[in-house]
Ligand binder design. Sequence first.
Ligand code: SAH
Length: 271
Amino acid sequence: MTTQTPGTTPDQVSDFYDVYNSLLRKYWDDNFHFGYWLDDTDDSSVAVATDRFTDIMIGKLPVGPGARVLDVGCGIGKPAVRLAQKTGASVVGISINQQQVDEGNARAAAEGLAGRVSFRPANALELPFEDGSFDAVLAFESICHMPRLPALREMSRVLKPGGRIALTDLIKLDDSDGSAADAGFETQALPRYSDYPALTAAARVEIDELTDVSAHTNRTYAAMAEGITRGTDEIVEQFGPGVVNVLQAVAAPLGPSASVGCLIMAGHKAG
Ligand code: SAH
């Protein structure tokens, strides 16, 4: 899940998830990303809406058996396992957070996929892979924790020429001043939708699709607030009263007067 990360170095992101992994699992979902709702009348659960978003992203990566996919910022592995199950591809997931890697590997083993899906600790800004070693890259709500251009360049480097990349990112909406979002991302201001073409071009990625899906993901805020409300007593008991303010601040920018939206970028590495 992308949130207002207190600090932006990879180590700080990892510390953040050491605390939030269990909270997200309990009060959100094993998918650490936004939900995707079809329209205002769609009352899908968080589990359904987040899996739906995964399926949309899988659809942006036309891969099949034999393909090797890198999942950059894999969370606890739910999207990677689903990707492998639905496409037959092999998936390597990386995360800066060791707990997530361990949980991901346990999930792959439990699903009988340990031979085809694996997770390892790595920094997305220094990927431990050869140039051109993947057919496709998925970065599902993870680049928002990173300096974007260096991260995209690394993803592009490890892709084969012509290889597909699909990612989601948080964006500043045009009618907002972005202040709520920027407050949490200390050194990394959120981009706007209109910033993406220049960003991707600088990483030798050609855009095939750039879609603002904010209208579909906006309900994430209300759904997250519900989870926090449901868990408040337990959360306070575990972490002390201060944690509730932090959780609410995390969800606030996604609120009805949302200043933070979400986009999907699908593209390929220039040949
Ligand atoms: N894609 C997953 C998780 C999204 S949460 C899902 O959809 O469920 C963001 C993820 O990015 C976390 O796994 C976090 O550890 C990872 N991440 C953030 N910065 C990173 C970095 N510099 N290197 C590797 N992983 C990073």
